[in-house]
Design a protein around this ligand. Structure first.
Ligand SMILES: Cc1cc2nc3c(=O)[nH]c(=O)nc-3n(C[C@H](O)[C@H](O)[C@H](O)COP(=O)(O)OP(=O)(O)OC[C@H]3O[C@@H](n4cnc5c(N)ncnc54)[C@H](O)[C@@H]3O)c2cc1C
Length: 382
């Protein structure tokens, strides 16, 4: 078993670290976070660098890398750039909109949407959650009714990452509530479609640079070619999108955890109390060892998921385990970093408190970690 990165993976990892440090770190970063502002220019720089379309074939404007290379590059991005919100937003667009269009779209849909999503002209959002349908997602009530050769949608979506800024939305509705899961259908919707409204921007605990919104459909008419996949096959598309998200979206926080670890080691060696470096106190060194162990296990879980996908093997459980483990590790490592730095870790200028706030969303999105445990338990026939 070879655990090292291949030449191509290492090349992308190194390039992503350099790019992130040179082009995604600027003096405005803290202010943007405080204002809860999406950095469109930073997103477009990512498009020019090529990271938005890493696993997308070059014929559609992507880089055509394999999945292990894509997650290695995302890890590099997270290591080099402290704006976890921006990186989360671009990953959400990639894994939950771009990849489903690549996998389930017609040639016309791929040609229309993918080049723009890859080069940063468009941002994609995925709208499934509703006020009364969260974990129980397939109880959604947004309704799509066929009228001639068009579809008419009515309903509401909430907690949608990128909602306030997205250009294209992959949304789910039921075409026949009596069929339950088999009534769920996926649609691609352009932002400027009449009857489609982004009604609210939702402020939140962390990842404030990844805007979140609420969407409303009011007799929103869509042409037949808006259907993604077939009528009644939306649950399959939803599950595929969620699997990509669970397995890959946290690759960048592995890079964030490595950045935290580097800083903590440095601090433990240089900060002196009681006449010696704090790293000499076992309570500090043990904490750092635990952080490193969480970082390494997180890394292997995501790489394993990526490898399974690349090999065309079933990765459902690997995705749920990666999501569950990495998100919990990120919360714990972020808290541990603050403890090691003391009050300077708690201060905004220390640059670590933001990670604590940014980490919490991971235990909720893509299905809460309770739901991931349910999926894994079901697999064990429990
Ligand atoms: C940062 C962030 C980004 C998001 N982005 C998007 C997005 O882009 N698109 C989108 O559609 N949605 C998005 N969501 C919504 C997300 O998918 C939901 O928050 C999630 O599915 C949980 O639904 P809920 O919030 O309604 O909680 P609920 O389903 O009401 O759950 C509340 C609590 O009950 C627990 N619970 C519920 N059912 C069970 C069960 N069967 N077993 C055990 N425990 C259970 C949950 O674990 C949780 O602790 C995002 C959420 C966050 C936090």
């Amino acid at each position: 078993m070879d655990f090292s990165l291949s030449e191509q993976q290492q090349k992308w990892y190194d390039a992503a670290v350099r790019f992130a440090r040179d082009e995604l770190v600027d003096a405005e970063s803290v202010a943007r976070e405080q204002r809860g502002e999406f950095w469109r220019e930073g997103y477009q720089r990512c498009g020019r660098f090529g990271i938005l379309g890493l696993p997308i074939p070059s014929g559609y404007g992507g880089q055509g890398t394999d999945i292990p290379t894509a997650v290695a590059a995302m890890e590099g991005l997270g290591y080099g750039c402290p704006d976890t919100g921006l990186i989360f937003a671009l990953n959400a667009s990639l894994w939950t909109t771009t990849m489903p269009i690549l996998t389930f779209g017609t040639e016309a849909q791929k040609a229309r949407y993918l080049p723009r999503l890859c080069d940063g002209r468009s941002f994609g959002a995925n709208g499934a959650s509703e006020p009364e349908a969260g974990s129980d997602i397939f109880s959604m009530t947004t309704r799509a009714v066929r009228r001639g050769d068009r579809w008419v949608l009515n309903g509401r979506k909430v907690w949608i990452t990128g909602g306030p800024i997205a250009d294209v939305f992959l949304c789910f509705a039921t075409t026949d509530p009596s069929k339950g899961v088999l009534g769920i259908t996926a649609f691609l919707i352009n932002r400027d479609t009449p009857g489609f409204h982004v009604v609210r921007e939702i402020s939140k605990l962390g990842m404030r640079t990844a805007p979140m919104g609420e969407l409303v459909f009011e007799d929103c008419e869509l042409p037949a070619e808006s259907l993604l996949g077939r009528e009644g096959r939306g649950a399959r598309i939803f599950n595929a999108a969620l699997e990509w998200e669970r397995g890959a979206i946290l690759a960048s926080v592995v890079g964030t955890m490595r950045r935290q670890l580097d800083r903590c080691i440095q601090q433990a060696r240089t900060r002196k109390q009681f006449g010696q470096p704090i790293g000499k106190f076992q309570s500090v060194s043990n904490r750092i060892v635990d952080m490193m162990t969480r970082l390494e296990t997180s890394r292997w879980m995501i790489q394993r998921y990526a490898w399974l996908k690349q090999e065309g093997k079933d990765a459902t459980i690997a995705a749920s385990m990666a999501k569950l483990h990495v998100s919990e590790c990120f919360v714990q490592n972020s808290l541990d970093a603050v403890r090691i730095f003391g009050a300077s870790g708690y201060s905004v200028e220390g640059g670590l408190e933001r990670d604590v706030r940014d980490s919490v969303g991971g235990v909720l999105f893509s299905g809460t970690n309770d739901i991931q445990r349910n999926i894994i338990a079901q697999h064990l026939r429990l």
